[in-house]
Design a protein around this ligand. Structure first.
Ligand code: PMP
Length: 406
């Protein structure tokens, strides 16, 4: 993999650009990843040659693009090893996937005084939809804590579960800490009490091989744009038997079987959850991104990114007064850190002047910041196209700016 990086980088046009007259070092991959030419070209090709609204068309273009978008669904199914394409719902991102479940599962299964368990390290996308559900239904949100290393206190999960618990929703990988959570264990514990589990895979599906059948999760959500695909794409996987029981999320075209003013019946899965004209060209391009990942091999990606993470962690730790936030034993390629006496956004602004794109702030995970009593962190997040040389430049740049900001 290491030898192939230069070739891989050529597939991503933006990586050859400059920012502030410096070669771009893009370390903001947890926010969104860059796109390979195959994704960009697919979008251009389909709008140039094949665009027409999908489903029920009788003309060539409509049929052609319908076929392509349903093939894209099959690519996603294979990517996460779901049983059937009926279990793959195209959404606009992880946020929409989780909102869909919080609404539709909530409307169907949650009543007053029921309980929902999330964890303390969730992204706001896996907190707020559940809070909104709790408000609607007068239900209760319970929170599984994490320790100071950034690891979930998994022993406490059984204590939180009781006959009122209706669903558990946790991140596969924390975007603020980088922790890879033991989701298989969590799913097993919840299933012992017949409680379904939603996994927020926004920071995982592009880094770690996900097999929803092996995990036995009930829902798995991830974002296309964080997986080298277009913005405005995402996936919700759900087990067919649960999805079938859930009430639709949005009403409109596509999601119906028959409409009259007296009564409307709903379409079969997955279309029941895809109201309106879907983002079909971007879904087709997303499938190209997933094929790209598959071709590189998630095992190779994971191995290379782990080496980068370990190297960067070692090098960053050599910097005085720099503290890494989140030192779990199992981590994905995210490093959050603070530097004594320096505001993260000041450091981020100076790094930007050097062509380095990192993220600063709370990373939409304010409870994580509250846990550590900090206002925010600097976060570098890596993808397989990042290099050890870029890490060296990053560390050198930090060493240069710290005395300026002190
Ligand atoms: N969950 C996690 C763990 C995330 O990192 C993110 C994105 N930062 C989301 C959910 C939301 O994803 P999106 O903005 O693509 O809907």
């Amino acid at each position: 993999m290491k030898e192939k990086i230069e070739k891989i980088r050529k597939d991503f046009p933006i990586l050859a650009t400059q920012v502030n007259k410096k070669p771009l070092v893009y370390f903001d991959n947890a926010a969104t990843t860059q796109k390979p030419s195959i994704v960009i070209d697919t979008i251009t090709e389909y709008y140039s040659k094949y665009n027409a609204n999908i489903h029920r068309g009788i003309h060539f273009l409509s049929n052609f693009v319908t076929d392509a978008s349903e093939k894209a669904r099959e690519t996603v199914r294979e990517f996460i090893n779901a049983d059937t394409v009926e279990e793959i719902i195209f959404t606009s991102g992880t946020t929409e996937s989780i909102n869909l479940v919080a609404f539709s599962f909530g409307e169907t299964f949650i009543v007053k005084d029921d309980e929902i368990i999330i964890s303390e390290m969730e992204h706001h996308s896996n907190i707020v939809p559940w809070q909104m559900l709790c408000e609607r239904k007068d239900a209760i949100l319970r929170v599984l804590p994490f320790n100071d290393a950034g690891e979930l206190e998994i022993d406490k999960l059984s204590e939180l579960i009781n006959p009122k618990t209706k669903i558990v929703a946790v991140a596969h990988v924390s975007n603020a800490l980088g922790t890879i959570n033991p989701i298989k264990k969590i799913i097993k514990i919840a299933h012992k009490s017949n409680i379904p589990v939603l996994i927020d895979g926004a920071q995982a599906a592009q880094h770690i091989k996900v097999d929803v059948k092996e995990l036995d999760c009930d829902f798995y959500a991830f974002s296309g744009h964080k997986s080298y695909g277009p913005t405005g794409t995402g996936i919700l996987y759900g087990k067919k038997d649960i999805l079938e029981k859930m009430t639709p999320y949005k009403g409109g075209g596509e999601m119906i079987a028959k409409v009259s003013f007296e009564k409307t019946t709903y379409n079969a899965l997955p279309f029941k959850f895809e109201a309106g004209t879907p983002n079909y060209i971007d879904s087709i391009a997303l499938a190209k991104a997933l094929d790209y990942i598959t071709e590189l091999g998630l095992d190779n990606i994971c191995k290379y990114e782990t080496e980068l993470l370990e190297y960067a962690t070692r090098e960053l730790k050599k910097i005085d007064n720099l503290k890494i936030i989140g030192e779990a034993e199992h981590k994905s390629s995210v490093i959050s850190f603070i530097i004594d006496g320096i505001h993260p956004s000041d450091a981020g602004t100076l790094l930007d002047q050097m062509g380095i794109a990192i993220r600063t702030g709370t990373h939409c995970a304010e409870p994580v910041m509250q846990h550590f009593g900090i206002s925010g962190t600097l976060r570098a997040s890596f993808a397989f196209y990042n290099t050890f040389e870029e890490v060296d430049y990053f560390v050198k740049s930090l060493n240069y700016i710290i005395p300026i900001l002190k």
